[in-house]
Every structure is written in structure tokens, then in C-alpha cells.
Design a protein. Structure first.
Lengths: 389, 389
């Protein structure tokens, strides 16, 4: 949105306010002089911008920096712990969760309710979610925070504009209009859990990556591509469909119409079947336990899945030349067994060696955190959008 | 480069100069008022910027617009036909070519010399190229143009910074430092021919595509990915390696170390071999002729190549969700036979139907035009870089 503003004085001021706020959020506490040095503006210009951000409640002045530093002490700035906040929610197959994140990215309130959402209608699920959102919102307001929006992560293909769930096979939802069911009173956005998971990795994963492929798994294979610090959405919003990259073009038929898609080798159902288990009955944790106990069928199934992931990711790496690949979501507990065959294929099939494949530290929390952070990022990107106008 | 400028008055002026120049180059002739309407600045602000661009020789005033329009006639502006120009060059396997393009994108001078460069040392090739560059430069200057830079398209893997050819199998060059061999007197850039081909398609192809996969072929498979109107280069500059996307993971060994890479099915050598021809002996035109005559072995080889291209591109489309796929370079004369099997695979294996696969209108000229245009784009992106400073 900021980028679309015409290049005028007013647009420049908005962008510079965002730049100051981002800098303090990422590196604060910082003095005005330190902010000025980081963003290449004069200290006078920065002071004017800072005063405006303090008045609007985005920044706090912490008082003089502690002595012992060279030069006249400046007053340290930090993002307000009582300022705007983002609410994130996740509709999981086996849980609902909601959290509130402040401008510094700290989780300030959080509830998780274990609940089996398989084949449950959207209406009661979203009613239950709305109650949890209220709970977290009240808790956040009690801390002096002002929630400015809500973002909801859904395990399925989502049309974000409407918002509309095209297909969420884990939940059994197809063509479901979420609009009338979402909590009111706040701007709400909806996105796929794999997208929010990748954004969480980008914003809070701690790695220096701005270019990576993030692979998670709900029921199929959730994946997302981050390039130049931006989520690749694609022309129709369908980018990141790693699950339907062909692994063996004459392989088993896939519901998508193709054959031998990655999902037929590394999707949850395929892995469960290959391990001789009834699909969906065994949570990921139990699968990991059986693998740790040396169950041969489970180990073989995971080897096959890891190697198929490696073949599909070789294609992605050859096309995108990313800094690395990150395994997240419900795949992370299985990483110990998936990674060796995955790395073997990637090393054989891609030109440059040592392409790091890492496991996300966020694990299953990624989508929830990504959702809440997306609300906060919108504030940091254009703080003026929240003020007087 | 412009993007890295701090957001100051001076930076804003530079960006607005670029915006005015781009607008007139793309849509001119235009009056000052029309430019102002298109970029969202006031007419007064635009007039100041226009005057500066006229003084520096980037824009020409064509005199009053012809009558018949409503309102007071404004003076129409066009990019100067005697202003800065870009020189492009291509080192082909069977030719050397050089051209000069003016700010409007029109080719103003051009030479092509057929010459067999296979296994010829870099030094004499570049000496011959330098003579052609001089010839075109003199011709451009005689037209009143001022060449501001030279860009050279090379059929191989290039490190652009040094500049250095890592591997150009068609020419037989490996680890070749082009620095001392390139023509002097002008800033020179070097890039892979597949990249310049894709950029030409983006800038001059006439399609509305800003997101596409461009597939050409020199000896292997040259490809490039354009996203959001920008060439995807990747972390190490190796993005777009479609030729090493796995098609059949247990297929024939590839020199890259992998197995069953696309290049083993659709690369020139593989197609020639499958058609029962001696590799490299039959130019693409002859192959097309044999296919047109109904040669069964050639038709079968092209079917196999098209279908392998379709499988690899299905992976790319699932990952990137582009607007379309463009077949260019030396593949274009074979499109008639490659497209049906290619489209069949793509339709089966990708979620959204009607993903257009088109054939570039630029054909084999793409890399040369892309190179010359890249010089002109740099001028349009930051005209100030050429003036007084």
C-alpha cells in the first residue's frame, strides 16, 4: 500500500515514519541519533518523525540512556508495550488457537483449545473461535494494548479477498464463505496456514534467510516460497503447490488429475499407508515414536517420503536458487528421518553443494505466529493508516 | 540502484525524473498534463521535471499537439531520437551480432556476422566482436545518438560481476575471464543469453505478462523466470535452471551429477540422438524441415522432448503460479511439434486450466534485443546517473 502512494512530500513522510518505526521495532531501544544513522536521514528529520510516533502511541521514550557511553546521553526509544497489537488465530484439525502480539513481536496473550475439527461444520467452529478471540482481545486490552486487526490461518486453499475457503480437506470444507462467520468489530484477513507458517519463519525464525522454500504438511504438502523477503503468491494465489510437482511422471494417480505428484509419496495419507497404518489415526508424534523405536515399515515409509521431498525440492532449488530450504509445521517432528534421504537427493541433483536444509524452530506454532505478526507488520509498514485520517 | 537512495528530497527528485522519462518512453508522445495525470503529480511539478529532462537531452518537445482535441493544446513530448542509446551484442554459436537501441526502444543500427564460434578461443572471438561494436557505435553516433553502455549476451553460465564465463559448452569456454577481452571506452555488462532473452520478452514482447517462465534452448535448456516484472536471479545467480529439474528420477545420468534431468530428454543433444542424428550437425531449421516432411524418428524425438518439457514445466507452474509460459530462442522454430505434448502434460498436472503457453515473437533475436534494452532501461531507471555528477 505504501508503495502505491504517489511520490510526494506526504508519501515520503509516511514512508519515513514507517522506516523509523520498523528500525526501532527491529533494533530498539535506540537513541534518535542511532535511528538517524541507520536510515540515513538527519537527526532533525528523525526527531520530527519520532515525536509524531510518540504522540500517536507507537513509540515510548525510555528516558536517558545509561551512562558509560561516549557523548551526550540520548533518550532511548522503544516500540510501545501498550500500543497497537495484532490478533492471530489458527483453525487446526485438532485445535483452535488465538494469540495477541505487540509491536515488538512479543506474544502477550494466548489461548489454545484442543478440539477435533475433522468433518465439523464451519459455523460452530468459527463460533467457538470467535469466543476465544474475544477472550484474547479482552486480555490484550487489559494489558493496555489496542488490537487493530485479526488474521486467521486455515488449513486449506483460501481466496483471501472474499474471504472464502475453496477446499480444506482436513476439515471437510469446500466452497465455504467465511465472511458472515468471522468475528466482527475488527478488520479480518484469512490465509492458508502454509503461507502464514512461511511468513512466521521469515519474520521471527531468526535465520538470515530472505529467499527460501518452506515446507510444512497438514494433510497434503503445504509449502510456500519466499523471495526477496516477500511471500510469492503467484498470479492466481496458487504459488507454492509443491505437493503437485511431479516426482515420477508415471506414478500413482493423484486427485488433482496428474500422476506421481509429491503428495502421493510424502503426503500424510501416503506415508501412513506406506507404513501400514490406517490414514489419519496416528498423530505425527506417534509416528515419530515408532520411528524412534526402529519400526521397519515406518522407517521405510519415511525414507521414501524424504527422498520424494528431495526430488521435488531439487526442481524447486534449480528453478529458484534459494538460500535454503526450511522444514516446518507438522513435518518438524519427523525431520530426523526425513532429512538424510532428502539431503541426499538435493546434493546429487543441484549444482551448488551445501544448500542448507534446516528445521524450523517454530514447529507447529508457525501459522499462528505468522497470522498475528501479519497484522503487526501492516501497522509497521504504514503507521499513518491507523491514525487520524 | 534508485531504490537504495535514501528517501530524501534529492532521492525523490531522481525517482520522479525516472518516472516521467519512463512514462514518455512507454506512452509518448504525451503532453505535460497527460504525464501529470498518469503519474499522479501536479502539472507544475511535472513541468519542472520535464524542463530538466529536455535540457539534459532525454526528451524532445515536438511542438503543439495537432488540433481537434478538446482544451488548450499542450506541447507533445517524446524521448529524444538523438539522446542516449544502448549497445547490445550477442556471441552466438554460429554468429556475432551487435545493435544500437534508442530510448524509445527502436533499433537504429545493427550488424550480424555469420561465423562458426564452436571451439574457437575467446580472444579472437572478442576481438572480432569489438570491431563490430565499433562499427555500430560509429553508425549510432552518426545518427546523433550517444551510446552509454554495452551489454553482451553469452550462451553459458556467467558471473556478471567480474565478468567471467564459468562454462559455455557450445563455445568450449570454461573459466574464461572476459574482463581484459571486452571492448573498452564504455561500461560493459555481461549476462547469460537466456536471461537477456527473457528480459526482451518482458520489455518488448508485447504480451501483458509480468510473471512467466521463458524457455529457450542453446545446447542445454536455457530458461529464466520473470516475477513481478523482474528477472529472478536467485541467491547465487543460478535461478532458472529448468534443464536440471528432474523429469524421471531414475532416468539417464546427467553431467550435472543427477539423473533424468530435463536436459536428458529435451536438450539439443538428447533430441538429436533420439532422432537418430549426429549431435550438432543438423541446425534447428533442418530439424524443423524434417519434422514438416513427416520424418517419423524426428517426430517421435520432438514428442518426447515436448512431453518432458511439459513435465518439468508442470513443476514450475505449480511452484510459481505464473501467468504463462513462453517458448523462445532456438525452440521457437520447433514449437509446432513441441507444443501439443507440452500442453497435454501441463493441463493434466496443474490445477488451473488454460495456462497460456505461447511462442515468442522475437525468436532468435531475443538475447540481442534484451542486451541492448538493458542498457536503455538503466538510463530510464535513473537518468540523473548520466548527467553532471
Amino acid at each position: 500500500m505504501t508503495a502505491a502512494l504517489p511520490d510526494t512530500q506526504q508519501g515520503m513522510r509516511r514512508r519515513n515514519l514507517a522506516r523509523v518505526l520498523h528500525t526501532v521495532a527491529a533494533h530498539g531501544p535506540l537513541s534518535r541519533a542511532a535511528v538517524a544513522a541507520r536510515i540515513g536521514l538527519t537527526r532533525a528529520a528523525v526527531s520530527t518523525l519520532v515525536d509524531e510516533l510518540i504522540r500517536a502511541g507507537f513509540l515510548d521514550e525510555l528516558g536517558p540512556e545509561r551512562p558509560g557511553r561516549v557523548g551526550r546521553p540520548g533518550s532511548a526509544l522503544a516500540v510501545s508495550a501498550r500500543g497497537p497489537a495484532g490478533l492471530g488465530a489458527e483453525i487446526g484439525v485438532d485445535h483452535l488457537s488465538v494469540c495477541a502480539v505487540d509491536l515488538s513481536g512479543t506474544v502477550r496473550a494466548r489461548v489454545v483449545r484442543p478440539v477435533d475439527n475433522r468433518e465439523r461444520a464451519a459455523k460452530p467452529v468459527l463460533a467457538e473461535l470467535a469466543a476465544l478471540v474475544d477472550e484474547v482481545r479482552v486480555a490484550a486490552e487489559a494489558l493496555g494494548l489496542r488490537p487493530t486487526g485479526l488474521a486467521v490461518a486455515v488449513p486449506g486453499l483460501v481466496e483471501r479477498d472474499r474471504p472464502f475457503v475453496v477446499r480444506a480437506p482436513n476439515l471437510g470444507w469446500t466452497d465455504t464463505d467465511l465472511g458472515p462467520l468471522l468475528p466482527g468489530g475488527l478488520p479480518v484477513t484469512v490465509d492458508n496456514e502454509a503461507n502464514f507458517g512461511a511468513l512466521a519463519e521469515l519474520w521471527t525464525g531468526g535465520g538470515a534467510h530472505e529467499n527460501f522454500v518452506h515446507v510444512s504438511a497438514a494433510i497434503g504438502i503445504g509449502a510456500a516460497v519466499v523471495l526477496g523477503g516477500e511471500l510469492l503468491r503467484g498470479t492466481r494465489g496458487f504459488a507454492g503447490e509443491l505437493g503437485h510437482v511431479p516426482v515420477r511422471p508415471e506414478g500413482p494417480s493423484c486427485p488433482c488429475g496428474g500422476r506421481g505428484c509429491l503428495e502421493q509419496y510424502a503426503g500424510q495419507e501416503a506415508v501412513w499407508r506406506a507404513a501400514g497404518l490406517a490414514p489419519g489415526q496416528e498423530p505425527v508424534g506417534l509416528l515419530a515414536q515408532r520411528a524412534a523405536e526402529g519400526d521397519k515399515a515406518v522407517l521405510k515409509a519415511l525414507r521414501g517420503a524424504g527422498s520424494a521431498l528431495g526430488i521435488a525440492l531439487s526442481g524447486a532449488v534449480n528453478l529458484l536458487d534459494p538460500e535454503g530450504v526450511v522444514l516446518g509445521g507438522s513435518l518438524s517432528p519427523l525431520a530426523e528421518w526425513l532429512l538424510p534421504p532428502l539431503r541426499r537427493e538435493l546434493t546429487r541433483r543441484t549444482a551448488t553443494a551445501n544448500r542448507p536444509v534446516t528445521v524450523s524452530r517454530l514447529g507447529r506454532e508457525g501459522p499462528l505466529l505468522g497470522a498475528a505478526h501479519s497484522v503487526v507488520r501492516a501497522v509497521l509498514d504504514d503507521p499513518v493508516s491507523l491514525t487520524a485520517e
